[in-house]
Write a protein that binds this ligand. Structure first.
Ligand SMILES: [Zn+2]
Length: 289
């Protein structure tokens, strides 16, 4: 699952935490200073009569001096609506009137057994959600780029207009293959998912056993990793090819230009490596010393 870069910041900047919280509490008008975005109310997270729950509307943070509950608009919605992060994002995107474009290209390989989120269970999902999916990953249609876009009929009509300006007749070969895959390959896909998740586990545990290396995050195909060396990642990536015969991308390719974090990070693509291959990889990394 991934969101467009900067989406969370954009959403935050368009929301007033005072408005979000204001639907759940009664502001204490004597203690609050609306003009300054300095808002007080009895806390929604613990029982009290006085107003020890504070919202700093300009900074977008809340804090309770009674029970020490604290956070931002996303935390507040998660806590008060009892939902996960993605559901909170969807609720706030709807409130801000902006579409939530959710890229779920890899959803077939999600580690949770149920649906990765509950957004489609909301009958009103199509107002806000635009879901992207790729059959190419699930059914190995690499190169065919067969995907799906789920949105409201009104939005789909606009997408169709755009598509019509760039493609008169989309190639159907991959679409037939994807349809056949959906109709016949569910067991095969379930086994693929187990294999992909086993590789991911082998990758994460292998990396975390190496001295000084740290796996910062891993999905179905890629692991994002902190390396232990005093060498900038673009140089280290070259060294890894020469000394260890391991090809990875430096973190600087994934961070904003000038962000020092990228220098300490590498991205590994491991989807094509089986258990023996990953063992070899860990052996080569360990041998670097
Ligand atoms: Zn409280």
């Amino acid at each position: 699952m991934s969101l467009p870069p900067g989406f969370i910041d954009e959403l935050r900047s368009r929301l007033s935490l005072g408005q979000v919280v204001g639907r759940k509490v009664m502001w204490d008008s004597r203690k609050s200073n609306q003009g300054k975005g300095d808002l007080w109310a009895p806390c929604p997270f613990h029982q009290e009569k006085s107003a020890s729950f504070h919202v700093d509307d300009r900074k977008g943070f809340y804090y309770c001096f009674g029970c020490h509950a604290k956070g931002d608009a996303f935390n507040f919605v998660q806590e008060t609506e009892n939902v996960g992060f993605m559901e909170a994002v969807e609720i706030l995107a709807r409130e801000a009137g902006i579409a939530l474009v959710l890229d779920e290209t890899y959803r077939d390989f999600h580690s949770a057994d149920g649906p990765p989120h509950g957004l489609f269970a909301d009958p009103g999902w199509a107002d806000t959600l635009i879901h992207l999916y790729s059959f190419s990953k699930a059914y190995r249609l690499t190169g065919h780029r067969v995907g799906a876009l789920l949105a409201s009929p009104a939005r789909l009509a606009q997408v169709e207009k755009f598509l019509d300006t760039v493609t008169i007749c989309p190639p159907q070969l991959g679409q037939h293959a994807a349809l056949w895959g959906m109709e016949h390959l569910q067991d095969w896909l379930a086994a693929e998912r187990r294999e992909v998740l086993a590789r991911k586990r082998a990758m994460v545990t292998g990396l975390n056993r190496l001295k000084g290396w740290r796996c910062l995050g891993a999905g179905a195909y890629f692991a994002y990793v902190e390396h232990p060396y005093d060498i900038p990642s673009p140089e280290l990536a070259k060294l890894l090819v020469e000394k260890a015969h391991v090809l990875v991308l430096p973190g600087t390719m994934f961070r904003a230009p000038g962000d020092p974090a990228g220098l300490r990070e590498l991205r590994f693509a491991f989807a094509n490596a089986d258990a023996a291959g990953l063992d070899t990889l860990m052996g080569r990394l360990a041998a670097l010393g």
